[in-house]
Design a protein around this ligand. Structure first.
Ligand code: SF4
Ligand code: ZN
Length: 323
């Protein structure tokens, strides 16, 4: 009979194929807490006195990250303020917002809900609507729907506008770090996607901590970067956390989803594949970086004042295109 590799308990909740470890509920929770805090130290994600803006969607990843980072807040090592971005996805986001509110209320953490509507004058649903109308005029150009980098996918808009809001709210709150719930699956997907698309400049930006040389961007950290999505889900259940389980209706549109399925399929017979993708990438990244200097955002967007490589930042160039 399998018993917990740490304490011998006979009720195990996970058999980790990649490490051969069996763990009971208590030891599993503890092992994830330890791993996340160890990575936080190893990659120097946080320093004493940091004010962390937690990007809290209400989904399992950000809720788990919030609860683990809260242990550092309770020890007065860091302060946390949480923000939930309401993109304006009808029938989906509302529940996530309520769950985010409930979690921050339980932990006594300051929480803000900010929306695409208030910052950009339109919801993500409306942005998509604008695009569909435009597509009717250019129907012969149907190749433009392929590939996640094309601006016609909801996720492309969502990513650009979310990054903009996070950076702005971090400034408003005086936050020194922005924490996100990105997990091992997200990170390996990003590595493969950027590699397959030949986006080498984006590829070398991937890591546990953003390395923006521009002080106007708040540093982003990913404390769950080495935890597989499945284990985060199990942690949420084992620790009895209140999380939003529904999937975004736009998720099915993206290239990321296709890559995610491909990696999941591979992981069935090769359980260490995500770790080796990450480790391999982390090894070649410094070599790539030496060869390539990432394009910096040296200027300032003439419309919103955020750092930008061109005259307009990405968010504002979308907005101007719709006016
Ligand atoms: Fe935004 Fe796409 Fe995520 Fe939905 S799946 S929340 S549209 S990035
Ligand atoms: Zn701008």
């Amino acid at each position: 009979m399998n018993t917990c590799s740490k304490c011998g308990n006979q009720q195990i909740i996970i058999q980790k194929k990649h490490s051969g470890q069996n763990l009971c509920q208590e030891c599993f929770i503890e092992s994830i807490n330890e791993k996340v805090l160890k990575d936080t130290r190893k990659y120097k994600l946080l320093e004493k006195g940091d004010k962390v803006l937690m990007a809290l969607s209400g989904g399992k990843d950000s809720v788990v990250a919030l609860h683990i980072l809260n242990s550092l807040r309770e020890k007065n090592i860091i302060d946390i303020v949480a923000v939930t971005i309401d993109e304006g996805i009808k029938g989906y986001r509302e529940e996530g917002i309520e769950i985010a509110k409930a979690n921050t209320r339980t932990l006594g953490i300051k929480h803000r809900v900010v929306s695409f509507k208030e910052y950009f004058g339109r919801t993500l649903d409306e942005m998509r609507g604008q695009d569909d109308t435009r597509q009717d005029d250019t129907r012969q150009d149907d190749t433009r729907r392929q590939g996640d980098t094309e601006p016609r996918h909801a996720c492309t808009y969502c990513g650009v506008f979310r990054r903009w809001i996070l950076n702005r709210v971090a400034q408003e709150e005086g936050a020194t770090k922005i924490a996100t719930g990105h997990n091992l699956d997200d990170e390996t997907q990003s590595i493969l996607m950027n590699y397959l698309e030949g986006n080498i400049n984006n590829l070398i930006r991937i890591g546990p901590k953003s390395e923006s040389r521009d002080e106007r961007f708040t540093v982003k950290i990913k404390p769950l970067r080495e935890i597989p999505e499945k284990e985060i889900g199990l942690y949420a259940i084992a620790a009895d956390l209140n999380v939003h389980l529904a999937g975004c209706p736009y998720a099915g549109e993206s290239f990321r989803r296709e890559i995610g399925e491909f990696i999941k399929e591979l992981s069935r017979d090769h359980p260490t594949i995500m770790y080796s993708t990450l480790r391999g990438f982390d090894k070649i990244k410094p070599i790539l970086k030496k060869e390539l200097t990432p394009k910096g955002n040296t200027g300032e967007c003439r419309r919103c004042g955020e750092p930008s490589a061109g005259e307009l930042c990405k968010a504002c160039s979308f907005l101007e295109g719709w006016e």
